[in-house]
Design a protein around this ligand. Structure first.
Ligand code: PMV
Length: 313
């Protein structure tokens, strides 16, 4: 029997990160150029219920049973089984790989969980819906980040631009005019959970000031939605830069992120901001398609270790 394979894309948060943790809206989109892949093949020679997990990128080749509960790949398999309400899988080998740069705000871990949920559930003959896949990915993220808002697992599982408010049904966004985004990676690894936790402490110490920042971000995100749905790309650029300025005030940016944002703007980008947890990871710049090359060169010259151009549509 051939392997059953599935994949899930990377993602980028366009507007509203951090504020989304406090109930404000966020806008996120899939990054289809990079993806995680999971493939399951039956292993009839092995004792029933034996699941072998191989992830060459992580130098992992282990039986599922030997991996701790908080191991992300094992957790994704176990959460998928829990969702399917089964105690054991037919003996099989699961291969996991990804082209999404890890720990860079592109949702690599979440995409791996989503790909595993899809492939394992299809292999077991009970393919999960997008909602089920999203739930599995959320539960694995929860294990690692503590209090994820749910935006990452949702955009990755549905693979479409979304409007997301915590604990509310998300909405698919209609993109009136596709737009080009250049993503620049600082190469600085920054665990999202730590930045979220640090911000939580500062926000608790001065709730009025931080509520005000989150409300400003919510206003920007709401305007951005209208621009995306009406195809007003120039205006969208200005809003990205405004969102970045508030994230700087929240102290979740980084000098290198600010330098990359500046470099993109000098190279002709319509707007730019950091994206995701911050203090490292990625920034993004909106530009006309013909400007993408100049923006990419400027980002590399300013210290980006990796760049990626994608179209949001
Ligand atoms: O670091 P990322 O790309 O996973 O994004 C985190 C986004 C936050 O709003 C900071 C946290 C969250 O759970 O939404």
């Amino acid at each position: 029997m051939p392997a059953i394979a599935a994949s899930a894309p990377g993602k980028i948060i366009l507007f509203g990160e951090h504020a989304v943790v406090y109930g404000r809206p966020a806008i996120a989109a899939p990054v289809l150029q990079a993806s995680a892949r999971a493939a399951v093949s039956a292993n009839p020679a092995a004792p029933s219920g034996t699941v072998r997990i191989i992830a060459r990128d992580l130098q992992l080749d282990s039986p599922l049973a030997a991996l701790p509960v908080n191991h992300p790949l094992a957790a994704a398999v176990r959460e998928t089984m829990r969702r399917m309400e089964i105690d054991a899988l037919p003996a099989c080998t699961l291969h996991v790989s990804s082209t999404i740069p890890p720990a860079a705000g592109l949702g690599s871990g979440t995409a791996v969980s989503a790909a595993i949920a899809r492939a394992v559930s299809a292999f077991a003959g009970r393919p999960l819906t997008d909602e089920g896949v999203s739930e599995v990915a959320f539960r694995v993220d929860h294990l690692h980040h503590g209090t994820p808002s749910g935006v990452d697992n949702t955009v990755i599982s549905y693979a479409q631009p979304i409007w997301f408010v915590r604990q509310q049904p998300f909405q698919l966004l209609r993109v009136a005019q596709p737009f080009t985004i250049v993503i620049g990676n600082t190469g600085v690894r920054s665990p999202t959970g730590a930045v979220v936790q640090d911000l939580r402490q500062r926000a608790a110490a001065d709730p009025a000031a931080y509520e005000n920042y989150f409300n400003i971000i919510a206003g920007i995100t709401t305007q951005a939605r209208a621009c995306i749905e009406q195809g007003e790309t120039g205006e969208l650029g200005a809003l990205l830069s405004q969102n970045h300025a508030v994230l700087q005030r929240l102290d979740v940016s980084l000098p290198l992120l600010d330098a990359l944002v500046e470099a993109a703007l000098r190279a002709g980008a319509l707007g730019a901001k950091m994206s995701g947890g911050g203090r490292g990871g990625n920034m993004l710049a909106l530009c006309a398609p013909q400007q993408a090359e100049a923006v990419t060169s400027a980002l590399t010259a300013a210290g980006a270790v990796k760049t990626l151009t994608t179209t949001i549509q």
